[in-house]
Write a protein that binds this ligand. Structure first.
Ligand code: LIP
Length: 290
């Protein structure tokens, strides 16, 4: 997707994404209330929001609005804004909220600047992305054309590259499950058919971290149905700038129907196995499948 942003502007957007994601990461770790509870639920009784999800998003939004008032904002929690500039910020203040609630150290702050319409699959593209793993102390970042990098503390940044794995049967694959029981049952049917074709599965509980694991080669591939733009916006670019590809089923645009990420050498065989598994699961669950 074409855009009119200069390299200098992209560098400025990346610096801002890193700054606000890092600050929000600090907030959710240092100010996590003892006895953190569920503030409210969304799509189901297990789709929870904590007070820190909203606080972190409000902080990020205030910083971005102060720095770039004309940009749009699309966040997982309440409060969005249309863009009058070319840029929309797509933000997940805590990706892996259930892990955060349970104190499982696998959650992230995800901040991306995108061009196009992030609410329509195929009509948008991230141009900068920052994913902060605040417990691990790791920052993953990428700028369109600038490569993908990870850094921890004051150690030098490392340039990221996806694995060269081309054998699906040897591939370690990440996935995830939705908040609705019918979706999880459908996802289990898909997994039933995929599991025998791969090395093994990993379920970390944060799509942003799962995708960054593909970019670092910690995972060979990842797939999930039911993701929102804020779950994948930043990490999508981290994967593609690390030499990987992020698509929908069968190679289309990534979206809620399916997100698939892997090294180019692995993607065709993964697409084939996934498409067969999805057709079989759709047949099993019948019309109106989730
Ligand atoms: C989560 C995703 C994860 C998925 C969960 C949930 P959230 O996002 O990162 O991959 O399996 O169901 O959607 O709700 O923690 O931002």
């Amino acid at each position: 997707m074409s855009h009119g942003l200069s390299v200098g502007e992209l560098e400025e957007l990346e610096r801002l994404a890193v700054e606000v994601a890092s600050e929000a990461g600090q907030l959710i770790v240092e100010q996590r209330p003892a006895g953190l509870g569920v503030e409210k639920t969304k799509s189901s009784a297990t789709d929870v929001v904590t007070v820190m999800d909203q606080r972190a998003q409000d902080l990020i939004r205030a910083r971005l609005r102060a720095a770039r008032p004309d940009d749009g904002f699309l966040g997982e929690e309440e409060g969005g804004a249309a863009a009058t500039s070319e840029v929309t910020w797509v933000v997940d203040p805590i990706d892996g909220t259930v892990n955060y609630l349970y104190g499982i150290p696998a959650y992230a702050v995800s901040v991306a600047a995108v061009v196009g319409d992030p609410t329509t699959p195929g009509q948008w593209q991230p141009v900068v992305g920052a994913v902060v793993d605040p417990v691990g102390g790791v920052l993953f970042r990428a700028r369109l054309g600038g490569g993908a990098w990870s850094s921890a503390g004051d150690r030098a940044a490392v340039r990221l590259a996806v694995t060269e794995q081309s054998e699906l049967s040897q591939a370690l694959v990440g996935t995830g499950f939705g908040y609705e029981a019918s979706v999880r049952r459908w996802q289990a049917l898909v997994l039933l058919r995929v599991l025998g074709e791969i090395r093994d599965i990993r379920r970390f509980g944060s799509a942003a971290l799962d995708l960054c694991h593909v970019a670092t080669g910690t995972l060979d591939a990842y797939f999930e149905r039911g993701l929102n733009p804020w779950d994948l916006a930043a990490a999508w670019l981290v994967v593609t700038e690390a030499g990987g590809q992020v698509t929908g089923l069968g190679g289309g645009a990534p979206g809620s129907a399916m997100v698939v990420a892997a090294a180019p050498s692995l993607l065709p065989s993964l697409h084939t196995v996934l498409s067969d598994a999805v057709s079989a699961a759709d047949a099993d669950t019948g019309p109106g499948q989730p």
